[in-house]
Write a protein that binds this ligand. Structure first.
Ligand SMILES: [Zn+2]
Length: 165
């Protein structure tokens, strides 16, 4: 049975729905929820979004290893230094694959862990766009509506780099 948030702006949503919809709120809520089973689910879900094995491989054509990092491009013509964006064309298994990828402009990109925490940005739009990319690397498809039960199942069955105890 999915753990349901009993209060606040996501009252009635499951923990998995909250982590996907509003990760910044999730990182606040994880510290304030009191009910034991709910708190445990928050902690498990945080572990999964930080330690999942990517279902998508490194973007380099000659490489077929799962991605571990995402290159975040920052700055744009319109908002220099104030935009964080990426795409599936910029996920890498290793620092070496990143450094040897000719298409990256290194002075404007940072290689960061392929984990939800990396998505946190100044605006919710930037955060959510990055969350969608990273969630898809977890095996959660972008425009598909998953039930609470289905999401719970996906999180429970996610392959992890570090086991959860
Ligand atoms: Zn690679």
């Amino acid at each position: 049975m999915p753990e349901i948030m009993p209060f606040g702006k996501y009252s009635g949503s499951s923990v998995e729905q909250i982590v996907l919809r509003d990760y910044k709120y999730f990182t606040w809520a994880i510290d304030v929820v009191a009910k034991r089973s709910l708190k445990e689910r928050f902690e498990f879900v945080e572990h999964v979004v930080s330690n999942f094995v990517s279902v998508k491989n490194c973007c380099r054509r000659e490489c077929d290893k799962p991605a571990n990092f995402i290159s975040i491009y920052y700055g744009s013509m319109y908002n220099p230094g104030d935009t964080r964006v990426s795409s599936f064309d910029f996920i890498y298994c290793s620092d070496d694959c990143f450094k040897n990828d000719g298409k990256v402009s290194f002075e404007k990109a940072n290689l960061e862990p392929l984990a939800f925490r990396t998505a946190l940005s100044q605006t919710k739009i930037e955060t959510n766009e990055l969350i969608k990319i990273i969630a898809e690397c977890m095996g959660i498809e972008r425009n598909k509506r998953n039930s609470k039960e289905r999401l719970e199942e996906i999180f429970n069955n996610c392959q992890l780099k570090v086991p959860y105890f």
